[in-house]
Design a protein. Sequence first.
Length: 439
Amino acid sequence: MPARHLNSSTGPQVHVNHSKDDVCGSGFKHLTPVHEALRITNDHLTKKVTDIEEHPLSEVLGRVVAADVVSPIDIPTFNRAAMDGYAVFSEDTQGASATSPVPLRLAGSIPIGITPNLRLHRGEALSVVTGGQMPEGSNAVAMIEYTRSSGTVVEISTEVHPNENVSRIGEDVTRGTVILKRGTRILPQDIGMLTSVGFDRIAVIRKPRVAILSTGNELQQESGVDSSKIPDVNRPVLINAVKEYGCESIDLGIVRDDYNLIRNKIKEGLDVGDVVLVTAGTSVGPGDMVPKVIDSLGSPGMLVHGVAMRPSMPVGLAVINSKLILSLPGYPVSAYLAFLEFFPTLVGQLLESNFLPRPRVKAKLNRRVAGILGSKTYVRVRVSETNDGLIADPVRTSGAGILSSLVQANGFIIVTERIEGYEENASVDIELFRPVERM
């Protein structure tokens, strides 16, 4: 049996948590399903990032188009040859065949990149190359493969029809056509299209500003300075992670486990950023004060605290004065997986533009993986390409604080809330964050 499913009458129950009760020291009594946490939070993100900037095309890859872009011209702007050969009147080639070619007078050639000053007359042909402008009077191109030239005469050995092997004016883009819609995330081919219709600059949405804060008395900026402390891993991970999603990072540094210090720093983040990411202090222990701090800063405050996902269960989602706060766990693996689950979707909503999803592959498990009934479980795996297809090997070190498990893995399996796991040899979907290895 590839997967074991949750019976509706058994297993832990998952409830949507709309309560603002103080849960510090009492444990999570309710866990919100991931999809519900996203819905609740998105419903409160009413203020979008709409500021507009104009940049040269060399600087807009990955940015979001601010308004529909309309082509000011036709592409092509002239009728052009789609093949190397000879511009002709198609009527002159009627009846042409390999055994009975039609002779036409060779009246010259049309170099590429110039407007021809020659007019084609009946019974004539002009040499053209792919992309060259068609001379006035012509309506087709006889491919060079079906011709033979003696210098003054060219023989056409096949019939050609009107507009055959010709790219007509506006065939690619018609003047007035919307070539990029508002909200489109710009890809290299889009820059090519913008260039072809004459743009050298374009209006895009400002990059979202993401303020990033680490909390904890145990943290230090650098390793090895104080042996009683540990280096802050989450902040540099998240600073670079937000850049992958086209955002600007704002480093708020490290703050000790002090209510007022944390409050001042998160308030600073709300003042300068569109989104605040804060790590640690988000669970339900006596020292976990981040949820209280967030609720003290404005409305509506903490919307979700405790999500049905493993790892990353203590994650919190909040909106303060229309700005998003993600309260992420302190363990690096938990923090990063919660970031991947919530950040792209919610920031995409702020931009009204979706991010490209992570690539997925199907692979066969080489051993069983367990899920947790009622929680969405993320299992790190190493996917390899073998002679028998793709094989997924779950990374054996799976603790939420073991960063090497993310470095060694190249993807993860999501075990849904309603199954107990996947059996050995099951075919599973895997989301990749590194290339598949070749054995």
